[in-house]
Design a binder for this molecule. Structure first.
Ligand code: ATP
Length: 333
């Protein structure tokens, strides 16, 4: 478990102070994939780098499995860091070394005996799908392949935590999907906790269990990805979600409807459209579907429909109450 307690990071450049992270509290559980989202300058990188003390927090504490990293000696911290792998947007591979030598570099740093390294390199390259690339140089690889090497190197010393700093931001959408799949596989098969930062909500939707949204160094909202997608409360979160799933109906069109516009939200296993058709049969209400989508987040369906309900006000209220009694959320727009 990673505990981020009251962490702040203030950069002091010349006589100016810049707040990178502003009093953040977060707990990241073992085995989960946790996403930190925000626009450029929100403080994501600063916070991520505070987790392994690449940035020394100005205030607060970082606990990993109950151990306060900030009280460790240099040697103890180096030891603790071996259990925290990291991958980067621009891969940070050594161009003059082959793929195998890049990975070996990490193993050497952890004092892994020479005769053990070869087998471990082979195992890691198989895991990331690059078993035939051991002797090539990074310059001969695609971006996605370079990131796979970055992942293999980060996993060399069997970390329990993997920090991903915009790991897919330099990649095209197809390669991004493949890398996210690999990260998910690593998480599920090896039980490694993953913390990733991104400005793309799509990435979070794809693989994260829980998430935090940052703005001006602060966490403005956090929770399960599913719950946040279903019910985002912060305007910034709503904006981010809107970039992935859009439910907005142009206001000019909204004015052309005379009925009551409702947004109907189905979560998880509620039997979506069936409830609406039952409602239409039971009440003196007509319904026009204006917009609808079903998103799968963490393999759970989240359905959102926007409808115009036409009928007597009381009937409409009763219809709404009925739908709510069947477990869906209804918002009158
Ligand atoms: N080394 C530094 N010295 C001074 N200010 C810094 C330093 N690193 C970051 N900052 C400032 O801290 C704030 C947060 O930056 P940070 O890089 O953590 O944000 P971010 O959300 O990761 O953005 P990006 O996606 O652009 O990297 C910004 O105002 C940034 O200018």
């Amino acid at each position: 478990m990673i505990e981020i307690n009251n962490v702040s990071k203030v950069y002091r450049a010349k006589k100016k102070e810049v707040i990178g992270v502003d009093n953040v509290n977060l707990t990241i559980n073992d085995g989960e994939i946790f996403g930190i989202v925000g626009y450029s300058g929100a403080g994501k990188s600063s916070l991520l780098r505070c987790i392994n003390l690449l940035e020394q927090p100005t205030d607060g504490e970082i606990l990993v499995d109950g151990q306060n990293l900030m009280t460790l000696s240099g040697k103890e911290l180096r030891q603790a860091r071996l259990k925290i792998g990291m991958i980067f947007q621009h891969f940070h591979l050594i161009d003059q070394k082959t793929v195998g030598e890049n990975i070996e570099f990490s193993l050497k740093a952890a004092n892994v005996a020479k005769d053990k390294r070869e087998a471990r390199i082979k195992e890691l390259l198989t895991m990331v799908g690059l078993s035939d690339k051991k002797d090539v140089f990074p310059g001969q690889l695609s971006g996605g392949q370079k990131q796979r090497v970055g992942i293999a190197r980060a996993l060399a010393n069997e970390p329990t935590i993997l920090l991903c700093d915009e790991a897919t931001s330099a990649l095209d959408p197809t390669t991004t999907t493949a890398i996210l799949k690999l990260l998910k596989k690593i998480n599920r098969e090896l039980g490694i906790t993953i913390v990733l930062i991104t400005h793309e909500m799509e990435v979070v939707k794809e693989i994260c269990d829980r998430m935090a949204i940052m703005q001006n160094g602060r966490v403005v909202e956090h929770g399960s990805v599913y719950d946040i997608f279903a019910n985002p409360t912060n305007p910034l979160t709503q904006e981010f979600i809107g970039s992935v799933v859009s439910f907005d109906i142009p206001s000019e069109i909204m004015h052309t409807f005379n009925g009551t516009i409702v947004k109907v939200l189905f979560k998880g296993d509620t039997a979506g459209q069936g409830i609406i058709s039952d409602m239409l049969q039971q009440f003196e209400v007509r319904g026009n579907f204006l917009h609808g989508t079903i998103e799968y987040i963490q393999e759970r369906p989240l359905g959102i429909f926007i409808m115009e309900l036409i009928g007597d006000g009381q009937d409409i209220n009763r219809a709404i109450t009925y739908m709510e009694s069947r477990g869906v959320t209804v918002e009158v727009q």
